[in-house]
Design a binder for this molecule. Structure first.
Ligand SMILES: Cc1ncc(COP(=O)(O)O)c(C=O)c1O
Length: 367
């Protein structure tokens, strides 16, 4: 169980660790140039699972883990993680976007990798504590930045056989970020990879490190490719079974708008159930009054779509200018401008996150 911290408790905690700053001491960061890079913030949460239970966890200044060389996370990839964000609103309050959804997804990842699950209470409590404790790192309203929160569970402890770990760590840290793909609503081009990021009955639906390790080389190849002067922001992965349908866009989900105005996202057991994607499906249906569906998006039938985009916590909504597939380059709406549906969805989603647009029930946790 993890409760939020009172201002007094936080002051004591910092004092006990010899810290001279407070959660609101100004930080020397140029918010306008923030990218997506590691920045060490003040405090992070750490809890240990041992003898069948998670302990209450603590906030610590130390950003280095000391774990056994036999930890399953190091050798057998027994680990999973999450990504969510906190936002500073116009009135100065702090919003966390749908943390219950991340908690639920992390439980699914833990189950898939035979790791102990984290309750909503512990997960959301830890996230809140970390955000409170690092309040001074939340980018101000209007800068376009946010506080990225990274929870993770790793298998640790002495072990060498291929089996589940004897102990586990649940950590949560955070850092201020700007956009993942530079340029906000500027369209980016992507290129279809021959590689798969996940197997049909593998771990694609879980947020586990192995999927990302498998995507590093195709991602780098995509970024290094130049065709007719065009650069590519990341790789597009097709379904691993038939290589005919779009699945994921780097570390983001895919959506498209059909010529008859339907909002479509791929349905597949090997893609990550993106919280942003399900939010967009809801907003397209209930705020833009569009028919929506999860279905197949065939890579050789892109002419049927007027707009496409990548969506995710980090990517937010990144319009897709065009997709390179073999020798063909297919442009959706424009290589330089976002289409009208993408713009409206972006305004709704980002407006909700920063508190400027009314949120559907339960989407925002305020601190
Ligand atoms: C592979 C992959 N797909 C999709 C997403 C988007 O998921 P979400 O919207 O929950 O951030 C992510 C993470 O951000 C991801 O890593």
């Amino acid at each position: 169980m993890v409760a939020t911290l009172s201002a007094d408790a936080l002051r004591h905690l910092r004092h006990n660790q010899g810290m001279t700053t407070t959660p609101t001491t100004p930080v020397d960061i140029d918010w306008s140039t923030l990218g997506f890079s590691y920045i060490r913030t003040d405090l992070r949460y750490l809890s240990r699972w041992k003898d069948g239970a998670w302990d209450a966890g603590t906030l610590t200044e130390d950003n280095v883990l000391h774990i056994s060389e036999g930890s399953t996370a190091l050798h057998y990839g027994q680990q999973c993680f999450e990504g969510l964000k906190a936002y500073r609103t116009k009135d100065g309050s702090i919003h966390i976007f749908r943390p219950d959804q991340n908690a639920a997804r992390m439980r699914r990842s833990c189950r898939r990798l035979l790791m102990p699950e984290i309750s909503d209470e512990q997960f959301i409590g830890a996230v809140k504590q970390v955000v409170q404790a690092n309040e001074r790192f939340i980018p101000p309203y209007g800068t376009g930045g946010s506080l990225y929160i990274r929870p993770y569970v790793i298998g640790v402890g002495d072990n060498i056989g291929v089996r589940s770990a004897p102990e586990f760590l649940f950590g949560v840290f955070c850092l201020p970020v700007g956009p993942y793909f530079k340029g906000g609503l500027t369209p980016q081009n992507f290129i279809v990879s021959d590689y798969d990021r996940a197997a049909p009955n593998g771990t694609g639906a879980a947020k586990v490190g192995g999927n990302y390790a498998a995507s590093l080389m195709p991602g780098q190849q995509a970024k290094q490719t130049v065709i007719e002067g065009r650069h590519f922001a990341d790789a597009i992965y097709l379904d691993p079974e038939t290589h005919t349908k779009i699945e994921e866009v780097g570390a983001a989900n895919f959506y498209a708008v059909t010529r008859d105005g339907r909002f479509v996202t791929p349905r597949s057991p090997s893609i990550l159930a993106s919280i942003t994607k399900y939010s967009l499906l809801y907003l397209a249906e209930h705020r833009l009054n569009m028919p929506v569906e999860e279905g197949d998006v065939y890579i050789d039938r892109l002419d049927g779509y007027t707009e496409a985009g990548a969506c995710g916590t980090a990517a937010v909504i990144t319009p897709i200018g065009g997709i390179q597939y073999g020798d063909e380059f297919h442009v959706f709406y424009s290589e330089t401008e976002a289409g009208p549906v993408t713009r409206r969805l972006y305004d709704e989603l980002v407006g909700i996150q920063y508190g400027d647009v009314e949120a559907p029930e339960g989407w925002i946790v305020k601190i």
